[in-house]
Design a protein around this ligand. Structure first.
Ligand code: NAD
Length: 512
């Protein structure tokens, strides 16, 4: 069944796309076995050797910039400029960042041990590779999203079994090909197919699943991982909000919010889907965004990558209009083609409870609501079960920072929106049903590596204080220590000290 899951026509213009061969679910176990033997050798290398192997990747990505952008244009339907700016240039920075920082991030760290409590002992925290990682990704950023895990995962000593979305298998194959000849065979294993292949990957003998995609699939994967007691990292849907306060630079806010809503036709987990504008500036701001949106040309706009997505977005729009929302720009498209005009709807009547406000839309629709205060904006933003990124637009940065603390949101940007996924040092993460995964920054290594502890003991004593036998003297020591460490104050604490010293001497030298 896998063979016919791949689209064969470009969403842009219906032109033919190259056929793709699917992996059979029954082939996965053997591929994982090969990946594991490659991983064991790869992990044994010095980190600097792995850095040397992967450093040329940055130049490779840049040298293939036009090819990558052209493929994304045809397979996803993005404007070439968007593809180059969001999915080529940041990836070169990503490689450089990780090659520069991975040695320090994985450095063995010693643990301070009090020599009185733990004589002769020293401890070290090690970070080892997790092992073989499954990487399952969506279609909306099919180059950038996988690379954000592949690069640190490989540098940390892992092998990766990579299943791109069945909607963008060619972009997936391109990503895998970037590693050809840089890392040993078996270290990056590409598997192609739909949900059946994804399920087979999750069921294979892996050590971690890194998943980016929808909430329902994320929950299925979380359950499968729980059954096997392996960790998973989940980066799921979003319903981002932008809050425009009465002291915002309206020109900048309008430009930024129109871009943050409509780039990639809103098919971004961090697309602005809800805008809350303060009533004092609502009229002026609305005029600006409506004018900017109407001025967008087809060259500025991605198309809907799949027909299913177009239909889903149109159904949400129809539902909001039926509930009283007013269309200010754009509107529902016809049945043919994948284009969907950038659309602004003002939420009125009962429309605030419609799916356009409560479910992820993943399409080019801005739901605009007028609020009476910043408190109302915060409350309505936080009402979503998704919580990826939120932007606050204000000239008063301190006010923006105060609001940032009150927002339920993995990422808050003040006077900007959504682009921080391109900053490799900035954690990309959500809350609520957006999931708990982290990509980018050293924080992602919590899932990509295993933390371990090694203790060395050079103590020459024949036994430790806490070893057998348990005696009344040991009991005296335990409670005297509790009093001395803070259980008692003043004079009683001093008496604890005079109890403790002879008891310890007795314990150590008279076997008490
Ligand atoms: P999806 O859940 O339909 O598919 C994602 C991947 O999972 C695909 O590769 C698919 O083949 C695979 N899959 C499907 N069923 C599976 C199963 N049972 N077991 C294993 N794998 C399975 O999502 P999509 O439509 O490709 O992507 C859009 C979603 O991704 C949106 O909800 C979007 O918000 C989210 N997303 C989130 C982030 C983030 O950083 N939080 C980034 C990009 C996209």
């Amino acid at each position: 069944m896998s063979g016919d899951v791949f689209p064969l026509q470009s969403p842009l213009d219906g032109s033919a796309l190259a056929p793709v061969v699917a992996t059979l679910p029954r082939e996965i176990a053997e591929l994982v076995r090969v990946a594991r033997s490659a991983q064991i050798k790869w992990q044994a290398l010095e980190i600097s050797e792995r850095v040397d192997a992967l450093a040329p990747l940055a130049r490779r990505i840049l040298a293939r910039a036009e090819e990558i952008a052209e493929l994304l244009h045809r397979e996803v339907g993005k404007p070439i400029e968007e593809a180059a700016l969001a999915e080529v240039l940041p990836n070169a920075d990503l490689v450089d960042y990780w090659c520069d920082t991975i040695e320090e991030a994985l450095e063995t760290k010693s643990v301070e041990l009090d020599p009185l409590t733990y004589p002769g002992k020293s401890g070290r925290i090690l970070r080892d590779a997790r092992g073989v990682i499954a990487l399952i990704t969506p279609w909306n950023f099919p180059v950038a999203i996988p690379l954000r895990t592949l690069v640190p995962a490989l540098l940390a000593g892992n092998a990766v079994v990579f299943k791109p979305s069945e909607v963008t298998p060619r972009a997936g194959a391109l990503v895998a090909s970037l590693f050809d000849g840089l890392v040993p065979a078996g270290l990056v294993t590409l598997v192609q197919g739909g949900a059946d292949v994804g399920r087979a990957v999750v069921e294979a003998e892996l050590d971690l699943v890194v998943f980016t995609g929808s909430v329902p699939t994320g929950k299925v994967i979380a359950r499968a991982c729980a059954e096997r007691l392996i960790p998973c990292s989940l980066e799921l849907g979003g319903k981002d909000a932008a809050i425009v306060l009465e002291d915002a630079d309206l020109e900048r806010a309008a430009n930024g919010i129109v871009w943050g809503t409509f780039s990639n036709a809103g098919q971004s987990c961090a697309a602005i889907e809800r805008v809350f504008v303060h009533e004092k500036v609502a009229k002026e701001f609305t005029e600006k965004i409506v004018n900017l949106t109407r001025a967008l040309s087809s060259a500025d706009c991605a198309v809907m990558t799949t027909k299913t997505q177009k239909d889903k977005v149109r159904a949400q729009l129809d539902g909001a209009i039926a509930a009283g929302a007013t269309v200010l720009a754009g509107g529902a498209p016809g049945d043919t083609g994948h284009a969907f005009a950038p659309t602004i709807v003002q939420m009125e009547g009962e429309s605030g409870a419609s799916e356009l406000m409560t479910e992820e839309t993943f399409g080019p629709i801005m739901a605009l609501s007028i609020v009476a205060s910043e408190d109302e904006a915060v409350e309505r933003t936080n009402a979503s079960r998704y919580a990826l990124t939120t932007s606050v637009w204000t000239k008063k940065i301190a006010r923006g920072n105060r609001l940032a603390r009150r927002l339920k949101s993995g990422i808050v940007t003040i006077n900007n929106h959504g682009f921080t996924a391109a900053i490799p040092a900035a954690p990309w993460t959500g809350q609520g049903e957006t999931g708990y995964g982290v990509t980018n920054s050293a924080h992602c290594l919590s899932s990509l590596t295993r933390v371990r502890f090694v203790l060395e003991d050079k103590n020459r004593q024949k036994r430790e204080l806490w070893w057998y036998p348990y005696t009344p003297v040991l009991r005296t020591i335990a409670f005297a220590m509790a009093r001395l460490k803070g259980g008692d104050r003043g004079f009683r604490r001093i008496t604890a000290f005079f109890q403790l010293v002879p008891a310890i001497l007795k314990r150590l030298f008279a076997r008490g």
